[in-house]
Design a protein around this ligand. Structure first.
Ligand SMILES: *[C@@H]1O[C@H](CO)[C@@H](O)[C@H](O)[C@H]1NC(C)=O
Ligand SMILES: *[C@@H]1O[C@H](CO)[C@@H](O)[C@H](O)[C@H]1NC(C)=O
Length: 431
């Protein structure tokens, strides 16, 4: 017995010691963004120093978290110093912080041993997500239809659900379409989508009946399963898809799905044509099969989709188009509906989370092109948003114990947003 324990401990120790070695020597720095100049400088340095932005900064008081490779560390910090931009160390040992996150997950699963946890209470693997969707569709056939979008690049079945009391046939109802996990490392996004299904179908509450009766829902929990699984098995901080690049000169795989949509494709800063960059646009617009599936859902239901919510982690932002700083024609309503969502969440947030900030994504954060948010807005979805959930100080490694807070507070925001957007839909179908 003792032998076995020693063996197991040794084995687990070895396994976890190696798991995140790819990040050995990487460090994470907080960069104080107290001015637009500091924000611009950081964006310029991103490609020069191969920086990975774990948290976007915004003036006057939101610091950026930047991960830098051991080779670029010194030169990057020197550049910040030369320009008078303040910085501090957030994480000097990235592998260790990832191991702590893993240990936290294991503790959660051990503490739940024997009791069935719901997949929106932890970080379910892609198979578990599909099993959950299948189970819900089988148990609630009058409300839920399961749809298979098709295989991912690596052949995983991508599934989503449609939820409707009228079999999606009543055109007087708006559709609310949300998706999650376009960026692989943003793990907390999928539980938010699964919890929304739970609240609409399983845990139906009197006060929310209008949401189910008056709106149809499309909930798409994992846009990028290949990247998501890879972030579980190989690189925890993987962001992109996993397609093979057609250019034989590069071994870098995947594209940033949220730069791959056919809207002003590959035109601004905030995108990269370097196949190894985190913001790589891809070989062409919709080169990634995973973004094509989202495009197809948007077009299939376009006349009725009133809200599109592309869920990300993290930073407490409700963002809208366009990524080139031009506001859509309905900019005021877009801001209003987004602000109602943010304020509803703020009312029930944890004290350590910042208040949501709401606005145009290029003005608040940085210019982008080819984003899901912009594509949906551009083709005619009136209320198209990027939501950045809270990360507290954990960036992408939000401990499991916070998931319940994030899913339930976000549901409050989604509900408020859906109700207000529905009022606008009544105007839309009257005219
Ligand atoms: C993106 O734009 C850059 C700069 O104009 C160009 O070199 C590159 O080929 C473009 N990439 C794609 C996939 O269109
Ligand atoms: C900004 O992008 C939107 C969507 O692609 C486009 O309709 C608009 O004309 C662009 N604005 C400018 C100034 O290029």
């Amino acid at each position: 017995m003792t032998m076995l324990v020693v063996f197991l401990v040794g084995f687990l120790g070895l396994a976890s010691a190696g798991k995140h070695d790819i990040y050995a020597g990487y460090t994470v720095h907080g960069v104080v963004i107290d001015s637009l100049a500091a924000q611009h400088l950081l964006h310029q340095l991103e490609s020069d120093f191969d920086l990975d932005t774990l948290q976007d900064g915004a003036p006057p008081d939101r610091d950026a978290y930047i991960m830098v490779t051991p080779g670029n560390n010194e030169a990057f910090l020197k550049k910040l110093d030369e320009n008078g931009v303040k910085h501090y160390v957030v994480e000097s040992n990235v592998p260790r912080s990832l191991e702590e996150f893993d240990a936290d997950m294991m503790r959660f699963h051990r503490s739940r041993a024997g009791r069935e946890a719901q997949p929106f209470e932890y970080y379910p693997r892609h198979d578990e997500v599909n099993e959950y969707l299948e189970k819900i569709a089988a148990e609630y056939p009058d409300l839920v239809s399961l749809v298979t979008a098709g295989p991912s690049y690596d052949g995983r079945e991508i599934k989503y659900v449609k939820i409707s009391t009228t079999n999606f046939e009543d055109a007087s109802k708006p559709i609310y379409f949300m998706d999650a996990m376009i960026h692989a490392r943003e793990w907390v996004t999928t539980p938010v989508s699964l919890y929304s299904i739970h609240r609409l179908v399983v845990d139906r509450r009197e006060e929310d009946e209008d949401l189910l009766e008056g709106t149809d829902w499309i909930i798409y929990p994992v846009v990028n399963p290949d990247g998501y699984e890879f972030s579980h098995t190989d690189e925890r901080l993987w962001r992109r898809t996993r397609s093979t690049n057609p250019n034989p000169d590069t071994e870098c795989r995947g594209a940033d799905g949220n730069r791959n949509f056919d809207v002003a494709f590959n035109t601004t800063t905030g995108v990269s044509s370097n196949p190894c960059s985190q913001q790589y646009v891809g070989a062409g617009p919709f080169s990634e099969v995973e973004t094509r599936y989202i495009r197809d859902v948007l077009h299939e239901y376009l006349p009725r989709i009133q809200v599109y919510l592309n869920i990300h982690s993290h930073g407490n932002w409700v963002l809208f188009g366009f990524g080139n700083r031009t506001l859509p024609a309905n900019g005021v309503q877009l801001h209003h509906v987004g602000a109602v969502m943010g304020a509803a969440i703020d009312a029930v947030k944890l004290p350590q989370a910042p208040f949501y900030r709401v606005g145009n994504s290029a003005m608040l954060l940085y210019p982008t092109s080819g984003s899901a948010q912009d594509y949906a807005q551009h083709i005619g979805v009136p209320f198209s948003y990027t939501l950045e959930l809270p990360g507290y100080s954990y960036a992408f490694q939000v401990p499991v114990t916070y998931i319940g807070q994030i899913t339930s507070e976000t549901w409050v925001g989604i509900a408020a947003q859906a109700r207000l957007a529905k009022l606008h839909y009544n105007d839309r179908i009257r005219t």
